[in-house]
Design a protein around this ligand. Structure first.
Ligand SMILES: NC(=O)c1ccc[n+]([C@@H]2O[C@H](COP(=O)([O-])OP(=O)(O)OC[C@H]3O[C@@H](n4cnc5c(N)ncnc54)[C@H](O)[C@@H]3O)[C@@H](O)[C@H]2O)c1
Length: 323
């Protein structure tokens, strides 16, 4: 697909994944509008879009008029979400307002203003819950472990309904843990790896909860490429796909790699899972993403070691901007 001059809307465009996608689309010549409400506790950071050439609209998908933003868009990348699992448990009404109700607002606005736009929706592996069988394919039963999983599943299903009933080309990507530049590292709100990176760069010890859980982390450039390929590939339209990443590694392996790559005095301590988190923890996960690889011709290109190295290098000179 030639992106030159194409109008593209990225919701959640100032956040971690959205901003990286905005940079990549802009570099391909697209005219990108990033919509972001800079929600408390999320990954939005004004620095994320610096030098991107992207138009940033500050607004909340729960109440902003979405029609003018959709007008003329040939692709909508839909990444805005309430992403906190503990936040969703504490306030499920606020969670569902963004992840489900506002999704229906966007669907209705897009019907009027961008009836032919391709939509790539950011979904999550979270709502598979604690799985019985690894790796996890798309036929795994859905059993959300928390309120955020329920609302994210509902949002995805509204979009897929739009495909089935109205024929809109929609792709839903069920992402695993993603990491890389522009991740929120100030605290542990956006994956455990964020706070680990902050700690090692500040020379402090970080905590590993449990340690045996398996994860297949996806480096952000690979996530960006997956979003773009999903939009570009008609074979993906109408599909729900798991997106995996590097071969599964335990949190302990990941912690040891992070410490080795950061160099002294980086270190960590192993802790029991806090009780409130253990109740909603999904245990081990890694994706069977062969369906997406076949449909989109995609494969992750960045190994875990290379990804962590690049992430540390990216943050070293920018630490102050992300604390
Ligand atoms: N990062 C991951 O590991 C991961 C894993 C699975 C799924 N996802 C999904 O990918 C998408 C992007 O996640 P991310 O990691 O970049 O998170 P993020 O918090 O960095 O990005 C989400 C962005 O959406 C914005 N937003 C939230 N509610 C909004 C609203 N009501 N109106 C306008 N903007 C709003 C936030 O301000 C934030 O910038 C989300 O849909 C998330 O569920 C991410």
């Amino acid at each position: 697909m030639d992106w030159t001059g194409r109008r593209v809307l990225v919701t959640g465009g100032a956040g971690f994944l959205g901003a990286n996608l905005c940079h990549a689309l802009s570099a391909r010549g697209a005219r990108v509008v990033a919509l972001d409400g800079f929600l408390f506790g999320g990954g939005a950071n004004p620095k994320n879009l610096e030098h991107s050439g992207v138009e940033l609209v500050r607004g909340d998908i729960r109440d902003i008029d979405l029609r003018p933003l959709c007008e003329g868009a040939s692709v909508i990348f839909n990444l805005a979400a309430q992403t906190s699992h503990m936040g969703g448990q504490a306030d499920p009404l606020a969670d569902i307002a963004v992840n489900a109700v506002a999704q229906v607002r966007l669907i209705q606005a897009a019907r009027e203003a961008a009836p032919d736009a391709v939509v790539v929706h950011a979904s999550t592996r979270q709502f598979y819950g604690r799985v019985q069988k690894l790796p996890v394919d798309e036929n795994q039963p859905v059993a959300p472990p928390d309120a955020n999983g329920v609302s994210k599943f509902a949002g995805e299903q509204y979009w897929m309904l739009e495909h089935r009933v109205r024929g809109r080309p929609v792709v839903s990507l069920r992402l695993t843990n993603c990491y890389g530049p522009r991740l929120r590292i100030r605290d542990a709100r956006q994956t455990f790896l964020g706070i680990w990176i902050r700690c090692v760069l500040e020379g402090k010890s970080f905590e590993v909860w449990g340690g045996s859980q398996l994860r297949d982390m996806t480096y952000v450039d690979d996530v960006t490429e997956a979003f773009i390929r999903a939009a570009e590939s008609p074979a993906c339209h109408g599909g729900i796909f798991n997106i995996g990443g590097s071969p599964p590694a335990s949190l302990l392996d990941l912690a040891e790699m992070t410490v080795r790559l950061a160099g002294p005095p980086a270190r960590f301590d192993i802790r029991e899972f806090p009780a409130d988190r253990a109740r909603i923890d999904i245990g081990s996960y890694h994706a069977d993403d062969s369906a997406f690889r076949a449909a989109a011709g995609w494969a992750p290109a960045i190994s875990l070691e290379e990804g962590i190295r690049r992430t540390l290098e990216w943050y070293r000179p920018r630490l102050a901007d992300y604390l």
